[in-house]
Design a protein around this ligand. Structure first.
Ligand code: AMP
Length: 114
């Protein structure tokens, strides 16, 4: 399995502003935030892209989304609203090949995205 910068964050080889952790997941602030709140939720087990996920990963994928939603509730911006995004491969804009959910909040989002 190819290592990524997120693998280094999981192993604490490089620093990150970690906001949530449990046995299976880690969440930390994006180093190049696109909104006042921009947190990345990742599985500790490496799955390169959403395209690589299998039915065995269904519960893990669900936990990623629920962790993001619970964080939004806990931090008090769930009612106002937020966006979750998973970029996949080149046209999806994926740059780090360790599956992650972007949680963006704190400003009005627009649709369609660029
Ligand atoms: P994506 O383009 O969907 O693969 O998103 C990758 C995200 O990882 C980008 O928003 C980057 O700003 C973010 N990122 C890259 N390196 C780091 C890092 N060391 N710590 C936190 N976020 C990072």
């Amino acid at each position: 399995m190819t290592d990524t910068i997120f693998g280094k964050i999981i192993r604490r080889e490089i620093p990150a502003d970690i906001v949530y952790e449990d046995d299976e997941l880690l969440a930390f602030r994006d180093v190049n935030p696109q909104a006042p709140v921009h947190v990345l939720f990742i599985p500790k087990r490496t799955i390169a892209t959403l395209d690589d996920a299998t039915p065995e990963d269904a519960a893990l994928l669900g936990r990623l989304l629920l962790a993001a939603a619970q964080y939004a509730k806990r931090e008090g911006f769930a009612g106002q609203g937020y966006r979750t995004v998973i970029n996949c491969n080149e046209y999806g804009g994926q740059t780090v090949f360790h599956l992650h959910v972007h949680l963006l909040a704190g400003r009005q989002m627009h649709w369609p995205p660029g």
